[in-house]
Design a protein around this ligand. Structure first.
Ligand code: XMP
Length: 513
C-alpha cells in the first residue's frame, strides 16, 4: 500500500488546498469524511492525519466530530484551526469564544525552535488566521510552541505522541512559509518520502474514471481551451473510444483554432471528434446585433442548440464530461453542524435543455489550474494548448465592438494572429495573463503610399492577472508595440490605425464587451 496522508474534512473551504500542499510535497493524500470510523482509517495505514478547519464550533449542538479513537491509532496528527480545537476538545483542553475574532494577517512568534514543524524557519512568521473560537486551556501533555498577538496557543505540540495543532492556516498563500510547515509535518514528522508524482496522479485518475464510467459512453464539449483539452486527453487515456468529443465552430474562433483542435485531438490523439461547423447559423443570428449582452445570449443559446443536436447524433451516452476545476466549484457556506459542503458545479456547457439527463464526469475537479497544466504536459498535450491564455466562450464576438460580420471577424483574426505571434516571439506570451487584439468599428483617415485610407482601428490589450478578477495593463516594450502596430497596419487589410489599451481592471474589464 502506498504511503499516504489522510485529511479529515470538517467542511473547510481550504480542505482541497491542504491536499494540494501535500501533493506539492510529492506525497499522496486522501480526503475523507470527518466521521470515518477509526478502524477504517487504520486500514488505510496513513503515515499521518490532518484535521482540516471548518466553520463549526466544537461545542455547537450538531458539531461535526471525528471518531475519538483516531487519537489512539499511534499516527501523527496535525490539527488546523477547527482541527486544533478538536485536539483540545478530545484530549482534555478547553475551547471558548475569543474576545475578538482573529481574522487576517498576524505574526507568529516561535517560542520553541526545537518543534519539528518549524525546522529552519525564522523566529517570526507572517501567518493568516480565520477563527472566532480559541483555545483557553491546553490539552494534557501539550505545550505551546508559538504564539500570535491574539493567541497564546497559536501552535501547540505533544511531542511524545506527535500531535500538533495550529490555530492559523498554514495551507493558504497568505501564510507564505506555510508550505514548509506542511512539508515539515509530512516528511519530518510522518517520515513520508517524495514518491507521489503527476504520473501517479494520471494512473489514479484513470482508475477512477474507469470505475465511474464502466462500459458506458461519454460526451465531452471540447473548446480547445486548457481545461477541456486536458480533460479530453485524460478521459481518452482512461476509456479510449468510449469517449466522443464535440467541437463547435461558432464562427468567432481565432485563426487556425478549428484546424489545430482537429490536428491535435483527432489526428494525433485519435480521439473520436465530432466537428460541428456552425459558423453560418451563428453569423445569421448575430447579424445586426450590437448590444454586448444580446451577443452573449445569442451565442450561449445557439451553442446549446448546436451542441444538443450534435449529442443526439453521437448516440446514446450516459455521461457528460466537463473540465470543471476546483476553483470553479462554488461551495456554499455549510449549514451549521453539517460540514458536507454543498457543491454546485459550474456548467461549462452552459446548461443543457431539460429532459437531457446525463451523469457528470469531472476528472479535474480536485485540481487547480497550474496542476491541470502539469497534468496536460504529462499526458502529452502540446505546449501551445497547455499554456495558452484564456479565451472567452463568446470568442471574437466580444472583441468586435458593434456588429459582428464575417469580414470584421476576418480582420480581427488576422490582427490577433499577429499579436499572438509577436508576443510569443518576445517571450512574453506565456508570462502574462492575456494579450489580444480588439476591433473598434470607428474609422479614421490615414495615408498609405500616396493614397488616403479610411479604415478601422485595432486596440491592443495586454494584461497581468492572477485569476482574471483584477488585472493591470502590461507595460509592453516600445519596440514591441512599434512592431505590432507596423505589422498590423501593413499586413491586415482594412486597418490603418493601432492604439494600446492602458486600462486596469477595475475600473475596466479585461474584455471590451
Ligand atoms: P472580464 O472581461 O470580465 O474577463 O474582465 C475576465 C476573464 O474572463 C474571461 N471571460 C470569459 N470566459 N466565458 C469565458 O469562458 C465568457 O463569457 C467570458 N467573458 C470573459 C476573459 O477572457 C478574462 O480572462
Amino acid at each position: 500500500m502506498k504511503e499516504q496522508i489522510v485529511i479529515l474534512d470538517f467542511g473547510s473551504q481550504y480542505t482541497q488546498v491542504i491536499a494540494r500542499r501535500v501533493r506539492e510535497c510529492n506525497v499522496y493524500s486522501t480526503i475523507i469524511h470527518y466521521n470515518t470510523p477509526a478502524a477504517e482509517i487504520a486500514r488505510m495505514k496513513p503515515s499521518g492525519i490532518i484535521l482540516s478547519g471548518g466553520p463549526s464550533s466544537v461545542y455547537a449542538p450538531k458539531a461535526p466530530l471525528p471518531d475519538k479513537t483516531i487519537f489512539e491509532l499511534g499516527v501523527p496528527v496535525l490539527g488546523i484551526c477547527f482541527g486544533v480545537q478538536l485536539l483540545a476538545h478530545f484530549l482534555g483542553g478547553k475551547v471558548e469564544k475569543g474576545q475578538k475574532r482573529e481574522y487576517g494577517k498576524g505574526t507568529l512568534t516561535i517560542k520553541d525552535k526545537s518543534c519539528a514543524l518549524f525546522g529552519k524557519l525564522p523566529p517570526k512568521l507572517q501567518v493568516w488566521n480565520s477563527h472566532g473560537d480559541k483555545l483557553t486551556k491546553m490539552p494534557a501533555g501539550f505545550k505551546t510552541v508559538a504564539t500570535t498577538e491574539n493567541s497564546e496557543y497559536a501552535a501547540i505540540e505533544n511531542r511524545a505522541k506527535k500531535f500538533f495543532g495550529l490555530q492559523f492556516h498554514p495551507e493558504v498563500v497568505h501564510t507564505p512559509r506555510g508550505k514548509e510547515i506542511i512539508a515539515n509535518f509530512v516528511h519530518g514528522v510522518c517520515g513520508c518520502g517524495k514518491n507521489w508524482t503527476m504520473r501517479n496522479y494520471v494512473d489514479q485518475a484513470v482508475e477512477e474514471i474507469r470505475a465511474q464510467v464502466g462500459q458506458e459512453h461519454v460526451i465531452l464539449g471540447l473548446s480547445g481551451g486548457v481545461d477541456s483539452s486536458v480533460a479530453a486527453a485524460l478521459l481518452h487515456k482512461a476509456i479510449g473510444d468510449q469517449l466522443t468529443c464535440i467541437f463547435v465552430n461558432n464562427g468567432v474562433l481565432r485563426a487556425r483554432e478549428a484546424e489545430v483542435v482537429q490536428n491535435v485531438f483527432a489526428r494525433s490523439f485519435k480521439i473520436k471528434l465530432q466537428y460541428e461547423n456552425a459558423t453560418k447559423i451563428f453569423m445569421t443570428r448575430l447579424k445586426g446585433v450590437t448590444d454586448p449582452e444580446r451577443k452573449r445570449k445569442i451565442i450561449g443559446k445557439t451553442f446549446i442548440e448546436v451542441f444538443s443536436s450534435a449529442m443526439k447524433r453521437v448516440g446514446k451516452a450516459k455521461f457528460l464530461a466537463q473540465g470543471t476545476l476546483y476553483p470553479d466549484i462554488i461551495e456554499s457556506v455549510p449549514i451549521a453542524g453539517n460540514p458536507a459542503a454543498l457543491i454546485k458545479s459550474h456548467h461549462n456547457v452552459g446548461g443543457l435543455p431539460k429532459g437531457m439527463k446525463f451523469k457528470l464526469v469531472e476528472p479535474l475537479k480536485n485540481l487547480f489550474k497550474d496542476e491541470v497544466r502539469l497534468l496536460g504536459e504529462e499526458l502529452g498535450v502540446p505546449k501551445d494548448i497547455v499554456w495558452r491564455q484564456p479565451f472567452p466562450g463568446p470568442g471574437l464576438a466580444v472583441r468586435i465592438l458593434g456588429e459582428v460580420t464575417p469580414s470584421r471577424c476576418e480582420i480581427l483574426r488576422n490582427a490577433d494572429a499577429i499579436v499572438v505571434e509577436e508576443m510569443k516571439a518576445s517571450g512574453l506570451y506565456y508570462k502574462i495573463w492575456q494579450s489580444f487584439a480588439v476591433l473598434l468599428p470607428v474609422r479614421s483617415v490615414g495615408v498609405m503610399g500616396d493614397e488616403r485610407t479610411y479604415d478601422y482601428t485595432i486596440a491592443i490589450r495586454a494584461v497581468e492577472s492572477q485569476d482574471g478578477m483584477t488585472a493591470d495593463w502590461v507595460k509592453l516594450p516600445y519596440d514591441l508595440l512599434e512592431k505590432l502596430a507596423s505589422r498590423i497596419i501593413n499586413e491586415v487589410k482594412g486597418v490603418n490605425r493601432c492604439v494600446f489599451d492602458i486600462t486596469s481592471k477595475p475600473p475596466g474589464t479585461i474584455e471590451w464587451e
